[in-house]
Design a protein around this ligand. Structure first.
Ligand code: NAP
Length: 451
């Protein structure tokens, strides 16, 4: 429930951003947590602070024309929403997926602002992307698209202004093409303008692994509060992209057994435990479909594939669920199935993968629940470490970077747990993350005057 003092603010936001359902959903979740904050500190209602936090500083929408392999001119739409720069340059990924629209980019930018605040690092929040679908496109097509996208985007970004990174559909290949075009257009070798770069041109070790590793560190800390760990637990991870692969890797190193992973065409169950090298071969080397995992492993050899629509990955019994694909992928029905199969913890690797109903079901049942805003912050935190390395022309070892990541995740976990306790809801990491992130952004904005 939204506190009555905030209802008008939320209603106005819905009216002014008509039809943007994902954006409404993300803001509603935060507003539902702020009642206890304004009861304790009513001055957060002054100077339209809350309204300003919910209003992006700038929204850029642009045409992205490019030529496909058949010589046909194709048009996509590009977005960059520069949400909040109170804490530092806008920072947040770029998503290439056919579902991308302004509502999705605004929800992601809003979440990113609070997430970045939780890391304690000097980064504001932003997000961008395009409705371009890289699936099935040749390298040449992806390169021409990225170059066209950057031809407009380069006017709006810079190491002190806005520093994009990857997200769904944008990995090392796409960042390389975009960095190359930025360098060419600006005639500057400005390594700090993008993160997620290759190691040979300014990337940081452990950045590729950071989001999946970070979520696993967070869930491990959360399990620790009840004297549990991943050791011996069955784990289901949705998705099979960047976040999912490195979640599987870290969970396995902590003694957990990942038994299912997915992509948008279906999911694979491997009762012997997912073979990580095979998964990497399928997804990272061959850029194939997850069904290929079963074909390459050999049909009937402990693994089987279930096509999308036939069943849900969340019906696979497990102790820990780590949704790491996309928003609203885990519904109320899925949450009930997980509960009846005895799930004890959920860690959101993706952004907003659980619907509000699913989240409520988990929380009411006392399942430990790590919200993406906190649990998947390891990626952006390591991006900020990449910016530090670029600024000092330095390159840290994998171990140095992972040690920093682990300590940042521990700190985010503790901020969420302590804040939840302070505001009368011990164990409620959603409330802890939302209030913890909000307070850091709001206090800073207040210091900067009405801007
Ligand atoms: P990715 O490498 O592109 O992988 C995305 C995975 O999710 C793929 O397996 C994809 O399957 C699946 N997927 C995407 N959209 C889907 C849909 N509509 N329905 C079903 N499956 C879908 O992306 P990623 O970087 O791992 O990102 C995954 C999630 O983590 C996103 O929510 C992202 O915002 C969040 N996140 C990422 C980072 C990061 O550092 N990369 C940081 C924080 C949060 P297909 O290949 O079949 O499409």
């Amino acid at each position: 429930m939204i506190d009555e003092k905030l209802v008008t603010i939320f209603d106005q936001l819905v009216r002014r951003n008509a039809g943007e359902v994902e954006f409404h959903q993300a803001v509603r979740e935060v507003m539902e947590c702020l009642g206890s904050v304004i009861a304790k500190h009513p001055d957060y209602l002054d100077q339209a602070l809350i309204e300003r936090i919910c209003e992006p500083e700038r929204q850029i929408i642009f045409r992205v024309p490019w030529v496909d392999d058949k010589g046909q001119v194709t048009i996509n739409r590009g977005f960059r929403v520069q949400f909040n720069s109170a804490l530092g340059p806008y920072k947040g990924g770029i998503r290439f997926h056919p579902s991308v629209n302004l509502s999705i980019i605004k929800f992601l930018g809003f979440e990113q602002t609070l997430k970045n605040a939780l890391t304690g690092l000097p980064i504001g929040g932003g997000k961008g992307g395009s409705d371009f679908d890289p699936k099935g496109r040749s390298d040449g097509e992806v390169m021409r698209f990225c170059q066209s996208f950057m031809t407009e985007l380069h006017r709006h970004i810079g190491e002190y202004t806005d520093v994009p990174a990857g997200d769904i559909g944008v990995g090392g290949r796409e960042i390389g093409y975009m960095f190359g075009q930025y360098k060419r257009l600006t005639n500057r070798y400005e390594a700090g303008v993008l993160t997620g770069k290759g190691l040979h041109y300014g990337g940081s070790r452990a950045r590729t692994e950071a989001t999946g590793y970070g979520n696993t560190y967070f869930v491990q800390a959360m399990l620790g509060t009840r004297n549990q760990s991943f050791d011996g637990k069955k784990v289901v991870v949705s998705g099979s992209g960047n976040v999912a692969v490195y979640t599987v890797e870290k969970v396995q190193s902590f003694g957990g057994k990942v038994i299912a992973v997915s992509d948008s065409s279906g999911y694979v169950v491997d009762e012997a435990g997912i073979d990580l090298e095979l998964m990497k071969e399928v997804k990272e080397v061959r850029r194939g479909r997850i069904a290929d995992y079963v074909r390459l492993k050999g049909e009937g050899r402990s693994a089987h594939f279930v096509a999308v629509g036939e069943d849900s990955i969340w019906n696979v019994p497990c102790d820990v669920a780590m949704p790491s694909a996309t928003q609203n992928e885990l519904t109320g029905k899925d949450a009930r199935a997980l509960l009846s199969n005895g799930v004890v913890a959920v860690g959101e690797g993706a952004n907003m993968p659980c619907t509000p109903e699913a989240m409520r079901i988990f929380q009411e049942a006392g399942v430990m629940f790590a919200p993406g805003k906190a649990a998947n912050a390891g990626g952006v935190a390591t991006s900020a470490l990449e910016m530090q390395q670029n600024a000092s022309r330095d390159s840290w070892t994998f171990e140095q970077t992972e040690t920093r990541l682990a300590s940042i995740m521990r700190n985010i976990h503790d901020i969420c747990a302590d804040t939840a306790e302070e505001y009368g809801a011990p164990g409620n990491y959603v409330l802890g993350a939302n209030i913890g992130g909000f307070i850091r952004v709001a206090d800073t904005m207040r210091s900067l005057g009405v801007i």
